[in-house]
Design a protein around this ligand. Structure first.
Ligand code: HEC
Ligand code: HEC
Length: 256
């Protein structure tokens, strides 16, 4: 990004110098250095270069690839010697199809929503990507890792992602996110995985009644009534208005 921006600044400086030297210089030397664009297949071929570059900077931002190559995530070569016209990188081919896909979705929205075309939201890259190249939601990222490499690896991944992305729009690190994942795993009869993620949530949200209530659910699944009761009591203690936890607690105690 920085390199690109300084490239833009450098070429506008070049133009200023060139016009100052207009009287002495032969016309050939007034040409800016950027070569003409030769391989636009989706955007109109006569799109001004600065417009293309601005769009491209938007791609880098939307996919969050500043630290993984920037322009080089899709373009062949090394900064500042990119071969922008080349289609050698598969990511560029995908991106071109993504531009068309986003347009198709936007074009369908008026019919789907019965709204005038001018009023529907535009599908932008960031609408889906939110600053990541493979825009998976956090619960999917974690359950995929848990399935592949175990729940401990998924928990490490949560910590690393949280460190990297906290405060960005990429992943939901809010209190309910891991509660939802925990409940989902309990429902899928994976109470141990559920407990691992819920325990993790208490590190960041130590007073989270819904987290303890969800742990109560997970222990109930495991038929560990004592632990279920302990966690539901903690949930009710933290939030005396949690009627559901209260009811479950009464049920468990009466069935003991
Ligand atoms: C997510 C992938 C992606 C990233 C990142 C990306 N580009 Fe592109 N770029 C494309 C695609 C796709 C095209 C082709 C558009 C078309 O076919 O109309 C393109 C075309 C171009 C072109 C026109 C090349 C030609 O001669 O036809 C230029 C110039 C360009 N990009 C510059 C940049 C710059 C500068 C950056 C970094 C700020 C960048 N791109 C980042 C996907 C990307
Ligand atoms: C409707 C949602 C959606 C929109 C809009 C969208 N993308 Fe994607 N994009 C995805 C998904 C989902 C994937 C991941 C596919 C997969 O699992 O490999 C993806 C993958 C990609 C990849 C491949 C990344 C990699 O490392 O393999 C590129 C490049 C890409 N998108 C570029 C773009 C660009 C540029 C735009 C805007 C013009 C865009 N996308 C708009 C959903 C979207």
């Amino acid at each position: 990004m920085t390199r690109v921006l300084s490239g833009v600044v450098a070429s506008s400086l070049f133009l200023v110098c060139a016009s100052g030297a207009l009287a002495q210089q032969p016309p050939a030397q007034q040409q800016p250095q950027a070569p003409p664009m030769t391989n636009l297949q989706v955007y109109p071929k006569d799109t001004p270069r600065p417009e293309i570059v601005t769009t491209m900077q938007g791609f880098v931002q939307a996919l969050g690839v500043q630290a993984s190559g920037g322009c080089g995530y899709c373009h062949e070569g090394q900064a500042p010697q990119f071969n922008f016209a080349s289609d050698a990188k598969p990511t560029k081919i995908v991106a071109r199809k993504m531009i068309l896909m986003a347009r198709e979705i936007t074009a369908k929205l008026p019919e789907v929503t019965s709204k005038p075309a001018a009023e529907v939201a535009r599908m932008r890259c960031a609408t889906c990507h939110r600053g990541v190249a493979i825009p998976k939601l956090l619960p999917d990222v974690l359950t995929d890792t848990a399935a592949k490499s175990g729940v401990a690896a998924a928990i490490e991944q949560y910590r690393a992602l949280r460190k990297q992305y906290y405060g960005a729009q990429s992943y939901d690190f809010s209190e309910p996110a891991l509660v939802a994942l925990g409940n989902q795993l309990s429902a899928a009869n994976k109470p141990d995985d559920a407990l691992a993620f819920l325990q993790l949530n208490t590190e960041f949200y130590p007073n989270s009644a819904p987290t303890y209530a969800a742990m109560g659910q997970a222990y109930t699944r495991k038929n560990d009534k004592d632990s279920a009761i302990k966690n539901l009591e903690k949930a009710v203690q933290l939030d005396p208005n949690n009627q559901q936890a209260k009811r479950q607690l009464e049920q468990l105690k009466s069935s003991k």
